[in-house]
Design a protein around this ligand. Structure first.
Ligand SMILES: NC(=O)c1ccc[n+]([C@@H]2O[C@H](COP(=O)([O-])OP(=O)(O)OC[C@H]3O[C@@H](n4cnc5c(N)ncnc54)[C@H](OP(=O)(O)O)[C@@H]3O)[C@@H](O)[C@H]2O)c1
Length: 356
């Protein structure tokens, strides 16, 4: 793998996920941020003058970038998209058609037959959809997506248990305020409260997980055969989605076998070494009251899923609790990992502006 670097841009650079991308691209060994875009509300502003939503200050390297319109032309070939879903629906395909490689966080194109929905540790082979995507659409660019944040954490857990053949899955999520972007849910609605509805979230978890763990046939994916029922709630937590998961397996393991499978899961194809990949994508915590968002969400720099409370379930066989950082492993970090996979697989080099 070449250590050459590539210029990258961000669509939707001013939002919660866009800012997390800016922060995580600082000093990246392969990618250098050269271009940012957002809505007409932000167009023309200096990046250093936007309201910064994360802790600390705006990374110095990005402060003098000017926020541009989301139109192809001056943008680098490799683009991260953190656009609002509706804007992503309109803009991402135009960029792909114009030759850009769009690595998207948005839901707009995740379930298209020819669009890879990727978690590198789970289904790197689904990048095999890209030649068919380009051929069918006549593009020189492409669109690759990462899943919904809650889906990523569930899919990593189920991927670690693949050898036991999950058959039925129940998941209840407790999702952080930052998952709704900025300004998100009104404080009056959320503080001291639990809101048992997040528009579209349960459907995303139920469908995306089956696509990710499905079988790629080159021009489409056959969804995994298990069934999932999801319930999603918004809770007054800043960062970190917690999930209570129950699973029935076709070949139920012993409890220590299940824990061993979670602890030893690595998933990444042996031929790639990605700078943002955590040493272990799943961290098993044996304390009886963990994981907790405040204590565990930043483990492995926010890139691991913490799992605990693995125990017998009298209904489905096993239950456990999982926790992931929604804007890092669930969004910005996931997209950067996908772009690294694309680079490692040779998809970034052609036609990209490079730096060294
Ligand atoms: N937050 C999470 O935990 C999370 C996790 C996984 C996936 N996602 C997905 O990631 C994407 C970004 O989420 P977010 O939480 O960062 O949302 P956000 O804070 O609302 O930011 C949305 C971004 O999109 C831009 N935008 C909105 N309308 C636009 C338009 N018409 N044209 C061009 N740009 C437009 C905004 O620019 P302005 O600032 O100029 O309005 C802003 O940069 C969404 O698709 C979301 O579903 C979010």
């Amino acid at each position: 793998m070449t250590r050459q670097g590539w210029e990258v841009g961000i669509l939707g650079a001013t939002g919660m996920v866009g800012q997390q991308l800016v922060r995580r691209l600082e000093g990246h060994p392969w990618f250098r941020l050269a271009w940012v875009a957002a809505s007409e509300r932000s167009e023309g502003r200096r990046y250093g003058d936007i309201p910064w939503l994360l802790g600390g200050s705006i990374p110095a390297y990005a402060r003098d970038l000017r926020i541009e319109k989301p139109v192809p032309g001056r943008a680098p070939r490799l683009l991260f998209s953190a656009l609002d879903a509706e804007a992503a629906g309109r803009h991402e395909l135009a960029f792909a058609e114009a030759g850009h490689l769009v690595v998207s966080n948005a839901r707009a194109h995740r379930l298209f037959d020819d669009v890879p929905l990727i978690i590198p540790e789970v289904n790197a082979d689904h990048l095999d959809l890209l030649p068919a995507q380009r051929a069918a659409r006549g593009w020189t660019g492409a669109v690759v997506t990462n899943p919904n944040c809650s889906t990523i954490f569930l899919a990593l857990v189920l991927a670690a248990c693949r050898q036991f053949s999950p058959r039925r899955v129940l998941v209840t999520t407790f999702q952080a305020a930052s998952g709704a972007g900025h300004p998100g849910v009104a404080s009056w609605d959320l503080l001291g409260n639990v809101v048992p509805f997040i528009e579209g979230e349960e459907e995303k978890i139920e469908t995306e997980t089956k696509k990710i763990l499905g079988t790629c046939g080159g021009s489409g994916v056959t969804p995994a055969p298990f069934v999932i029922s999801a319930q999603a709630a918004r809770v007054p937590v800043l960062d970190g989605h917690t999930e209570a998961i129950s699973v029935e397996f076709e070949r139920p393991p012993a409890e220590d076998e299940l824990i061993d499978a979670l602890e030893t899961f690595s998933g990444l194809p042996g031929d790639v070494d990605l700078p943002s990949a955590p040493e272990a994508p799943i961290i098993h915590l044996s304390e009886r009251d963990r994981p907790q968002p405040r204590l565990d969400v930043h483990r492995a720099d926010g890139m691991a899923v913490c799992v605990g409370r693995v125990r017998r379930c009298p209904v489905l066989g096993y239950k456990l609790v999982a926790l992931g950082h929604n804007t890092i492993r669930g969004a910005a970090g996931a997209a950067i990992l996908n772009a690294e996979l694309l680079a490692a697989r040779g998809w970034v080099g052609e036609g990209a502006q490079s730096w060294s």
